[in-house]
Design a protein around this ligand. Structure first.
Ligand SMILES: NC(=O)c1ccc[n+]([C@@H]2O[C@H](COP(=O)([O-])OP(=O)(O)OC[C@H]3O[C@@H](n4cnc5c(N)ncnc54)[C@H](O)[C@@H]3O)[C@@H](O)[C@H]2O)c1
Length: 512
């Protein structure tokens, strides 16, 4: 595809927080958007950006950045700073595209809405998950009346990302936070209710309904690997009432089974479910109507969009912004919907604290309602110092390895302890695995682990040293919980483990 919009007008965009790569810049270019500036406080991430976008101006200085000649700013800095950076960009006369989540307190919601209204600039929340082909199909069919009225839905954004508690979101490997005795400035202690837009967002987009109240009960059981008592690796469900009376079970968090786009949807006339690749619709307006596999048709733009990240969503959020900028056609994620979806998470945390009571989600379109929240600065986030998590006077030569070790035992892609667990559990259930592909994946994992075992074992030894030096500290307790969930004998004795795995391989190959 050569051209998407029928105009030569270009949009000059600056990126604040340069974690995004070359692919983003290329799909932006197709949408009449030129990345002309970048701002990042991290030297290595700035260097990567300069390599990816050599034509753009790049700086660590936010004032210098905001003074650049550009139409719009994309805010992808640390999550707790999005509100502040949004207001700064608007006041500098720029349109804003803001990454999720846009703010963390009701007072900031009011501040941003009023800054947008005062500036007259475009504000789009970059909520990309509604724009997968399946969710876009659902939206079209819902609007047509195919599903009837919305009754109940389960929407999920489950993403196990423990590596990111200790490193940056860089691919293929996470750059560990430096110094190694500090941790990531927001992911290490994120309350996942603040990250509720990827799951509630699709529900709002499909139905065009507003969330009106929320209730939640806290899940206090947790996976190991999160900072003990500070971070959270667990499920965070909430029940959200929509403006037509229907309910959404909104589930976010880190668990042992990723469902980044899970959806079950019940309308009064028909239902749908999307779990992994399968997408089915049940028709007949009755519980046991026909359940049909559906493959939504894709138009040319959707085919093209699929080449960008998050099931095409990254393309569409930019497309809708560019269309609003170039032709004035309003995008779905305006500042009011951004407030609706985000407030559902903030108030879920309050509901948890009040043992699940239902809390009304204010509609900030109403100026009188804003007055009740203008000074409400409570986010529900922990007040946690990420810059040094060890006790005073710690041995920095030892503790400086902590974040590197954690990103290596919990890497972004399968490896480290995750690979070790796949092998140990895979061998246990190997005979019961039904298909050859599944069996082959376990045999491959065994081969890889044999190669990685010495390094993994060395990393565990180093973590053990840190744990033994500071057993009562936050990292010490965190490591102890990880080790309590692992077969440490095997992890600390790589030669024996490798010999055991090779013996297993011999047995398997003899059988075949
Ligand atoms: N929509 C999605 O699918 C999606 C996916 C990933 C991340 N996100 C969001 O995008 C944002 C960025 O995500 P990430 O994973 O790159 O996060 P990150 O925390 O790893 O990176 C943030 C980047 O911003 C830089 N930064 C922070 N404060 C800055 C400042 N004041 N000035 C200049 N640079 C600054 C950091 O150095 C870092 O490079 C997050 O808020 C996250 O919620 C959205």
């Amino acid at each position: 595809m050569e051209k998407i919009f029928d105009t030569d007008r270009r949009i000059r965009l600056g990126i604040w927080g340069c974690g995004r790569g070359k692919n983003f810049v290329e799909s932006a270019r197709m949408l009449n958007i030129d990345v002309v500036a970048g701002c990042d406080i991290h030297d290595e991430i700035r260097e990567r950006f300069k390599k990816d976008v050599p034509e753009a101006f790049c700086t660590a200085d936010e004032k210098e950045f905001l003074a650049c000649d550009m139409d719009a700013v994309l805010i992808a800095t640390f999550l707790p700073d999005h509100a502040k950076h949004t207001v700064m960009a608007l006041e500098a006369g720029k349109h804003v595209l803001c990454e999720v989540t846009p703010f963390q307190t009701p007072a900031d919601a009011v501040r941003i809405i009023e800054a947008v209204e005062k500036s007259g600039k475009i504000y789009n929340l970059l909520e990309n998950y509604p724009f997968t082909p399946k969710n876009m199909y659902m939206q079209r069919m819902y609007e047509k009346g195919f599903f009837g009225d919305f009754v109940y839905g389960e929407f999920e954004y489950l993403h196990e990302c423990r590596a990111l508690y200790y490193g940056y979101n860089t691919r293929p490997v996470s750059i560990p936070v430096s110094p190694g005795y500090a941790v990531h400035s927001w992911r290490s202690f994120l309350n996942y209710h603040h990250y509720c837009t990827h799951s509630l967002g699709p529900a709002m987009y499909i139905t065009n309904l507003r969330p009106v109240s929320v209730s939640a009960v806290k899940d206090t059981a947790c996976m190991p690997g999160a900072l003990d008592g500070v971070g959270s690796a667990t499920a965070n469900p909430s029940i959200v009432k929509m403006s037509n009376g229907g309910l959404v079970r909104n589930l976010v968090g880190t668990t042992t089974n990723d469902f980044p786009m899970g959806m079950r949807f019940w309308g009064s006339k028909a239902s749908a479910q999307h779990l992994r690749d399968e997408f089915q619709v049940r028709i007949g307006g009755t519980g046991d109507g026909y359940l049909l596999d559906i493959k939504p048709e894709l138009n040319e733009l959707q085919e093209f969009a699929l080449k960008s990240g998050h099931g095409g969503g990254d393309f569409w959020e930019l497309y809708f912004f560019a269309r609003e900028f170039l032709y004035g056609e309003k995008a779905f994620w305006n500042v009011y919907r951004a407030a609706d979806v985000t407030m559902a998470g903030i108030l879920a945390i309050r509901s948890e604290k009040a043992n699940g009571v239902s809390i009304e989600i204010p509609d900030f379109r109403d100026k009188n309602v804003r007055e009740l929240y203008r000074h409400d600065h409570e986010s529900g986030a922990l007040d946690f110092d990420t810059s040094d998590i060890f006790p005073a006077g710690h041995d920095k030569e030892l503790t400086g390895n902590f974040t590197r070790l954690m990103t290596e035992i919990y890497p972004i892609y399968i490896g480290g302890l995750n690979l070790f667990n796949i092998v140990m559990d895979g061998i246990e259930i190997y005979d019961l695995i039904e298909n050859d592909t599944g069996k082959l994946s376990i045999r491959d994992a065994v081969n890889t682990l044999i190669k990685e075992m010495p390094k993994l074992s060395e990393n565990c030894r180093m973590l053990k040293k840190i744990m033994e030096a500071y057993p009562d500290s936050l990292p010490g307790r965190t490591i102890a919980k990880i080790f309590a969930s692992q077969q440490m004998e095997k992890l600390l004795n790589p030669e024996e483990t490798i010999a055991e795995l090779q013996k297993w391989q011999t047995g398997i190959y003899a059988e075949r």
